[in-house]
Write a protein that binds this ligand. Sequence first.
Ligand code: HEM
Length: 413
Amino acid sequence: MSAATRRELLAGVALLGLGAGADHLLQQSSPGHTRRDGESDVVDFYGEHQAGVATPAQDHMHFAAFDLATDEIDRLRALLEQWTTAADSLTNGRPSRAGLSDREGSPLDTGEAGGLAPAHLTLTFGFGPTLFDGAVHDSFGLLRRRPRELQTLPPFQGDALDTSISGGDLCVQACADDPQVAFHAVHVLSRLAEGVATVRWTQQGFGRTSSTSRKQETARNLMGFKDGTDNIRGEDRGAMSRYVWVQPEDGPDWMVGGSYLIARRIRILFDVWDAAPLQEQQRVIGRDKASGAPLGASREYDPVDLNATDAGGEPAIAADAHIRLASPTYNDQRILRRGYSYSEAVEPGSGQINAGLFFIAFQRSPTRQFIPIQRRLAASDALNRHTVHTSSAIFACPPGIKPGEFVGQALLE
Ligand code: HEM
């Protein structure tokens, strides 16, 4: 690079980092993407609960898990403060200015969302069990503040977990209607974490596999089935309090209004699935593939009748069908599903698509909700012949905050 070009670059860099024109430059710099004036596509970062749970599921997700690289709790606190400042800007479609005092010269904001609309970006932060673990982060002294519910998930039958893409001390779930906006947010947050936390694993997701709002049409998962029909809707305040938000009687105090996020990367074995006849695929799920109606009924939102029989007097929804074993009737529990499809590079020579469902569920109590449901599914679900769970993680997502507070403040104080 010539000296002149480098000087020009540094001048631009300084502008991005410190100058008053940074916002303007970033908002103009991406021809082809423009802001949609007059229509709000900002989801409020502040509130009683963190955004990204009850929020209508956006089209794309970028998830990142971090491991802490410091023993100083003050540095963790400073990171959470910076992440909060950055999240406030990013979710409003503004470049991040967090970390101002730490950086001289290099751009504070990485720049790739310049000119892009906020795209309903939500950033949802969580704390993993290892953050509280005295053996790992002894000096934090957080062990006594660890929620009873926040335990590494037990092994389930059939698990084939890769530990390098499981667990983590911290997480951020970035969801947006534009994949570049979601990526940018994770990029900026990981940069702010330099020296304090390292990225342990990331997961990109597309094509929401769950509706979380009454206004959304049910999308299809990569097996071609409508997914999310019987999900909890964010507007259903009764169900959200009963099944999703941690209540005062659950404790600890710092988690009240929060929720537990469980992530499972589930690979779909397309060679087996694609070869299965349509009737068998429908038997496995328990629903009609085209309409999404429960077997034995005719429309997508018809109630699931586990006692319905077919013309031969057999149960219309088989004993090992996915929706029977996952149903609230069977489990007396519900969860809020908010997953995304994923597709990754294939292992050379394998000849198989490496794709599936990045399953995310939010709930008030993993020990009463996800764990027993997944135990039943792992033991008997017909879907197990077509899927394999390859990663697993649990995070405690604290409640929302007011302007002036930082994410997780109640835990650290
Ligand atoms: C690749 C893996 C999976 C696929 C392809 C899948 C697909 C589906 C489909 C197509 C439905 C029916 C539509 C609906 O009501 O949403 C459904 C329902 C459901 N699934 Fe899954 N699922 C998977 C994994 C899981 C896991 C791991 C859990 C929880 C441990 C789970 C829990 C549920 C629940 C609770 C329902 C709603 C049942 C009802 O209320 O009728 N699923 N799933």
